[in-house]
Design a protein around this ligand. Structure first.
Ligand code: DGJ
Length: 734
């Protein structure tokens, strides 16, 4: 009894927070407030997350924690494991004495101005163990985005074991919750589906390590009370800035509250944290909107262009890539011809894809050569210099493909350094696409991977662009570099190693444009995009399927970063034949490129392509920097899909509509535009008429923003045939 009394005295002396000291922390954007309060027990609780509060009194009158007195079972901001909280914790630590309980109490907080917003730093500490957690929040007022992460450290005598290490934890209270997830597969990325969350947990996670997002993307939408809607209603859009294994936990509790926990996936990743080392979690980025997902997407796009995406304010080059038109079969002559064609068509750059390297085991297919980054003499006797020179002569920039994190078992690199490949020494090796992943937890391997870019750039500084591919997941789990008792760190250290390499590349080559690719779009995330200018959405360039994929991806990533290419008449993946105009109209809604073999095109198609590329260059700033308004979803089964971009001054816009199904006498709804100035008049220009002397009926018309937005435009006569489409430029007139 005496012991308990003494303990209580210590507890109250150390942690009881007096009424005056009770702290309220406000993390605010222009339209959102996150209010955290320290309760009488000294612990930090989420008191409010929602639309901006109107005055100080609102904040004062909020409860310390939702639904009650902020005692146990309140909405603790970073709930620890092993104590009285009934549901999923944010952090789980096994201390040196074997105890798995952590309870964090408020220590101090501060705020400071940072680029674009305000950073709030909150320090928490356990009262029984020397364990510290620091919570970080950066609020970007104008963009209505909050970015948050945490740091865990301790001063126990020996390492502690982390088995949960979340970026943050957010709570919601609504009648119903609807989760939209984005499942994927190779050539079938970013498929949207929505489900109502019921009591218990729904987990979205991946355990694929490097090409981690092959089956599920690291972003989601939450609709409150009803499914997320494009134009109205309360929604949250969230995404984690981590390219490795992630896990989103959505847990509805016994009272119908929802907790959302974004984190690195702890799967096979128990982490021994040494005293004084700091475990930094990835950033979780979210925005709340009361005007549906459309507004939420525009928030994230603006934030990404301003603060997260590499060179978010510079426009992007159009290009011709040889992958879909030559595959591995090419030589110098073929490439030089393509460069000339690229110039003739009017694109800015020629990109040489896979198959240009390795000599002992030439890269003539996907079985060999990864790791041996020297031009194949039999194909390219004059090496990369001849290609750089030919591009210069043709008048286009030169870009090159690499897959530097990977190794082919048939390569000189593997012969020299088999220990650099991640694989299990005592089991049969599993190969995905006949290759293995290099062990980036090893600093020597980090040097090698950096060297792939560094050697190319030192030897051929005219290289303007690199496509950085990643076609293999981290499956056979074994590092010869990490000690035996740290094998479970591999997934995490691999991705930290990758970041270190990318930081070195960016420090030395800030101008080099880089594309993020992972066997298509299996690595699209804001953890890597500070190092990359754009991403490859999918190996599926079929324009019809692209409409669905681009719709999903455009929820979270701006058009400036979304590479979208025109493929061959008969698509190499689906075999579908789609008119060239439709293919262009789809690709022109992102960063336009070409995969098609120009020599397979007839003169009419070539002339059309030239005009379309020139038209794209005209509208490029509107698409790449404008605000996206998604008008008709392809998922709505209306037979059409439509979207538009509008400049912030609302003086220019580009409108797209696609006919995505085709039946006799089908009803095609009129489409109301959005984002325009109702009081302005706009001149409409048909951007891509098949016959330039016969533009569509809307060409040249002047219509007010009010009519375009309220009455809309009738598409029935414009989208008659199968795969018909429309791309209109809008220009405000005085
Ligand atoms: C996968 C990429 O997504 C493709 O675009 C292409 O670069 C191939 N790899 C090359 O192997």
């Amino acid at each position: 009894m005496k012991k308990i009394f003494l303990l209580l005295i210590v507890f109250f002396t150390c942690f009881q927070v007096s009424a005056e000291d009770r702290k309220t922390i406000r993390v605010s954007t222009d339209n959102t407030d996150l209010i955290l309060k320290v309760a009488p027990n000294g612990r930090l609780y989420q008191s409010y997350l929602g639309s901006k509060l109107l005055n100080e009194q609102d904040i004062v009158s909020l409860p310390s924690a939702s639904g009650g007195d902020a005692s146990a079972n309140g909405w603790e901001v970073y709930a620890g494991s092993g104590a009285e909280d009934y549901f999923e914790p944010a952090v789980a630590i096994t201390h040196n004495d074997g105890n798995p309980c952590t309870i964090l109490r408020y220590v101090s907080s501060e705020s400071k101005a940072v680029d674009g917003g305000t950073e709030t730093i909150i320090r928490l500490r356990d009262d029984q163990y020397p364990v510290d957690v620091t919570l970080y929040y950066i609020a970007y007022p104008k963009e209505d985005v909050i970015k948050t992460w945490s740091e865990i450290s301790h001063q126990e005598k020996k390492p502690v074991m982390l088995s949960r290490y979340s970026s943050t934890m957010l709570y919601f209270s609504a009648e119903k919750y609807f989760l939209t997830e984005f499942s994927s597969d190779w050539a079938k990325e970013v498929q949207m589906s929505t489900q109502e969350l019921q009591f218990g947990k729904k987990i979205l996670d991946t355990k694929l390590g490097s090409r981690a997002a092959m089956f599920v993307q690291p972003f989601f939408e939450l609709g409150f009370d009803r499914p997320a809607n494009e134009h109205q209603g309360d929604v949250l859009l969230g995404t984690i800035g981590w390219t490795g294994n992630f896990r989103f936990t959505f847990e509805v509790d016994n009272e119908g509250n929802l907790r959302v926990i974004p984190a690195i996936n702890p799967y096979a990743s128990y982490y021994e944290l040494a005293p004084k080392d700091v475990f930094k979690t990835p950033e979780f980025i979210f925005t709340l909107s009361k005007e549906g997902t459309g507004k939420a997407s525009r928030n994230i796009h603006a934030w990404a262009r301003n603060y997260q995406l590499k060179d978010g304010k510079g426009d992007r080059m159009t290009l011709l890539n040889n992958w879909e038109n030559t595959g591995f079969k090419f030589d110098e002559k073929v490439l030089v011809e393509l460069m000339k064609e690229a110039k003739h068509l009017g694109v800015d750059m020629f990109l040489l894809d896979d198959g240009w390297f390795a000599n002992k085991y030439p890269r003539n297919n996907d079985h060999t050569g990864l790791g041996d980054w020297e031009a194949t003499k039999s194909k390219l006797p004059n090496g990369v210099p001849a290609l750089v020179a030919a591009a210069k002569e043709a008048g286009v920039k030169f870009g090159i493909w690499i897959e530097p994190e990977m190794i082919s078992p048939k390569s000189e690199l593997f012969e020299k350094h088999p220990e650099w490949a991640i694989h299990l020494p005592n089991r049969e090796t599993y190969y995905y696409r006949n290759q293995l992943v290099l062990d980036l937890s090893n600093p020597k391997v980090q040097d090698f991977v950096f060297g792939v870019v560094n050697n190319l750039m030192t030897n051929y500084p005219e290289i303007a662009y690199m496509k950085w591919d990643d076609n293999c997941s981290l499956l056979d789990y074994g590092s010869s570099y990490l000690p035996k008792n740290k094998q479970s760190h591999l997934y995490i250290e691999y991705n930290r190693g990758l970041q270190k390499v990318l930081q070195r590349i960016r420090a030395k080559y800030p101008e080099l444009v880089m594309q993020l690719c992972a066997g298509g779009g299996a690595r699209v995330n804001y953890g890597l995009l500070p190092y990359f200018d754009e991403f490859w959405t999918s190996d599926d360039t079929d324009a019809l399927q692209r409409i669905y994929m681009q719709w999903g991806v455009s929820g979270f990533f701006p058009a400036i970063a979304m590479a979208s290419h025109v493929s061959a008449d008969k698509n190499h993946q689906t075999g579908r034949r789609i008119p060239l105009k439709f293919r262009f109209d789809v690709a022109m809604s992102g960063r336009l490129g070409m995969e098609i073999q120009p020599k397979d095109m007839n003169d009419v198609d070539k002339a059309f392509s030239k005009r379309a590329i020139a038209a794209y260059k005209d509208i490029r700033p509107v698409v790449q920097f404008g605000d996206l308004y998604r008008l008709v979803s392809p998922y709505d089964n209306k037979g059409v899909s439509s979207l538009m971009y509008v400049t912030s001054e609302k003086n220019k816009a580009v409108f797209y509509a696609y006919k995505i199904s085709h039946f006799i006498n089908m009803v095609i709804p009129k489409v109301c535009m959005n984002g325009l100035d109702p009081s302005k008049n706009y001149r409409l220009v048909d951007l891509t008429p098949v016959d330039s002397s016969k533009p569509c009926d809307l060409n040249g018309k002047i219509i007010s923003g009010k009519i375009l937005m309220e009455e809309g435009i009738a598409l029935k006569s414009l989208l008659k045939s199968e795969y018909s489409s429309l791309a209109l430029q809008l220009q405000a007139v005085d």
